[in-house]
Design a protein around this ligand. Structure first.
Ligand code: HEC
Length: 96
């Protein structure tokens, strides 16, 4: 039981370390900040805080967003960011 608890704590620590990297810097280097602002709409792209508020409390928020922004036939403009960068930034957005 103790071992299970310990590994849960370690997993949580690893997860939050990963989150720390998904910072505004990553949103910039991945190119997201070119179109997205923190809290205002910019060129039709919602502010990250608006998106966070819109998806607050939804269990499938991350999957829904990733599906919508990765769909080449969807509304989202094509991005040059790597899939793992996109995912990291989306995780960060949802933590706002
Ligand atoms: C070329 C401009 C542009 C770039 C670059 C861009 N976006 Fe967007 N984004 C938009 C526009 C326009 C919308 C609104 C249309 C839509 O909802 O798909 C949007 C919508 C979104 C939404 C809301 C989706 C929803 O379902 O509510 C999220 C989250 C998002 N973008 C994340 C990102 C992330 C993360 C990156 C960087 C990896 C990024 N965007 C890069 C223009 C951009």
């Amino acid at each position: 039981m103790k071992a299970v608890l310990m590994s849960a704590i370690v997993a949580a620590a690893v997860l939050s370390a990963g989150m720390a990297q998904a910072s505004p810097d990553l949103a910039k280097s991945a190119g997201c900040a070119k179109c997205h602002d923190m809290d205002k709409k910019k060129k039709g792209a919602p502010g990250f805080k608006e998106t966070a508020a819109q998806y607050k409390g939804k269990a499938d928020a991350e999957a829904t967003i990733l599906k919508s922004i990765n769909n080449p036939k969807g509304d989202h403009p094509e991005m040059k960011a790597k899939p793992e960068e996109v995912q990291a930034v989306v995780k960060w957005i949802l933590s706002l």
